[in-house]
Design a protein around this ligand. Structure first.
Ligand code: UD1
Ligand code: PEP
Length: 432
């Protein structure tokens, strides 16, 4: 059977939705469990995502013992055996974040042999900044036959590293390589995303000495040893933002639960600027757009604390329903407007010039469309919620990388949505 979402537009969303753990926080933290520790690590609030399954397979392949209790969102990892140094193409090509095993492998084995991640639909996505960081710490890097090999002759030594761009992955990979390096490492122009802070908190509770995570300068003092710990993954700010937009696009009223307000400031601020009522309370955010006329706004994606590129497609869907002409400039990835052509299949009026899309209020009609990447999958479904008639969203392998039970969660808020078939890993119906 074709695996697709079938959505009948027109229902206003109302109710409460629980947000799962963050994909982008759990992936580097799982990779960090490769570091040598005394004792096991236990991760809680782990989302049941295909990307988590993929990195778990990488870890198992490297000889980590992984005990996943998916129904409890808990994963226990034991890396006390001999750890291999080779991350195969099969894994890295499926999920670029597999490259995050390179830093911990260099720290542990003084050797890492990892498939080149290559580009992907949203851009070329090089890893030169990761590699420059490893070289600064004393690793010799060679590239050949589709693989990158890192070898540390003597030992990793702390270094001053300036990143040309505050890359999230490079900051994480370098942090993981540096925690056991001799002496001090300073990463300047570091990424400041909340997922960097979650990784630093995890590493610090293992015994690392990292200061400044969440600012542009991260200071790491190499330590001698680490221990296994228990850690709860932060909530997924992008999943939360997606449901905030779902409330706004249907002019509904939704309480989004299990969030950290501070992580959602750019989204909250733009929804308020549009005219939605956004109320913060405890660990929840309520978005009320009932009977509101929302106005188009201007958005420019930027590294944190700027507006996240991972929310760009969803905001574009929303601006197809607002008054006036909205503008979105994508500055992080060079090819992250593929959803525009799919929106156009639904009668969307969007024009793109260089890095900027102009989005007009459109009378959306249901159509068969395909997800071109993870966030495009969600954004097309959001457009389907307000389109006239039926929308069918295909290529759900992208959706499953980053959203847990997306259809069930929307259904519970009143959407008319069904999924025609389901991946095994996602087929757990309990929703916390
Ligand atoms: C698993 C994960 O956490 N993924 C997130 C992470 O991806 P990821 O860590 O891959 O994103 P980066 O911050 O590294 O990339 C941002 C930009 O820097 C460029 N770059 C990056 C590294 C490098 O060595 N050289 C280089 O030129 C990239 O091509 C891109 O244009 O941050 C992105 C930006 O917030 C998010 O969209 C992704 O959801
Ligand atoms: C681009 C994304 O993720 P990744 O870096 O894993 O491809 C995303 O989460 O939107």
């Amino acid at each position: 059977m074709i695996d697709e979402l079938r959505i009948k537009g027109g229902n206003r969303l109302q109710g409460e939705v629980h947000i799962d753990g963050s994909k982008n926080a759990v992936l580097p933290i799982l990779a960090a469990t490769l570091l040598p520790t005394s004792g096991k690590s236990v991760l809680t609030n782990v989302p049941r995502l295909d990307d988590v399954a993929t990195i778990t397979q990488v870890l198992e392949h490297l000889n980590v013992e992984v005990d996943s209790k998916l129904e409890d969102n808990t994963v226990t990892l034991d890396a006390s055996g001999n750890i291999n140094s080779m991350a195969h193409y099969d894994f890295v090509s499926k999920m670029r974040a597999s490259v995050l095993v390179m830093g911990p492998l260099l720290a542990r084995n003084k050797h890492a042999h990892v498939a080149m991640p290559g580009g992907c639909a949203i851009g070329s996505r090089p890893i030169d900044l990761h590699l420059k960081g490893f070289e600064a710490l004393g690793a010799n890097i060679t590239i050949g036959n589709g693989y990158i090999e890192g070898v540390v002759e003597d030992e990793l030594k702390g270094a001053d590293i300036y990143l040309d761009f505050p890359s999230v992955g490079a900051t994480q990979n370098i942090m993981m390589a540096a925690v056991l390096a001799k002496g001090k490492t300073v990463i300047d122009n570091a990424a400041q995303e909340p997922e960097i802070v979650d990784l630093a908190n995890f590493l610090n509770s293992m015994g690392a000495s990292i200061k400044g995570a969440g600012t542009a300068t991260i200071r790491i003092k190499g330590v001698e040893e680490l221990n296994g710990v228990k850690h709860s993954i932060i909530p997924d700010r992008i999943e939360a933002g997606t449901f905030m937009v779902a409330a706004a696009i249907t002019r509904g009223d939704v309480l989004v639960k299990n969030v950290i307000h501070e992580h959602l400031r750019p989204v909250t601020s733009k929804l308020r600027e549009m005219g939605a009522e956004v109320t913060l309370n405890g660990d929840s955010i309520r978005v009320n757009a009932i009977d509101k006329t929302l106005q188009a706004v201007t958005i420019k994606t930027k590294e944190h604390p700027g507006f996240p590129t991972d929310m760009q497609a969803q905001m574009m869907a929303l601006m197809l329903t607002t008054e006036g002409v909205g503008h979105i400039t994508e500055t992080i990835f060079e090819n992250r407007f593929m959803h525009v052509e799919e929106f156009k299949r639904m009668n969307a009026i969007i024009s793109v010039e260089a890095k900027t899309a102009a989005i007009s209020n459109s009378k959306l009609s249901g159509a068969q469309v395909k997800a071109t990447d993870l966030r495009a999958a969600a954004a097309l479904a959001l457009a389907g919620l307000v389109a006239d008639g039926y929308t069918r969203v295909g290529e759900l392998k992208h959706l499953d990388r980053g959203y847990v039970n997306f259809d069930y969660k929307l259904q519970s808020l009143g959407a008319d949505i069904v999924r025609t078939s389901r991946q095994k890993y996602q087929n757990v119906t309990s929703m916390n």
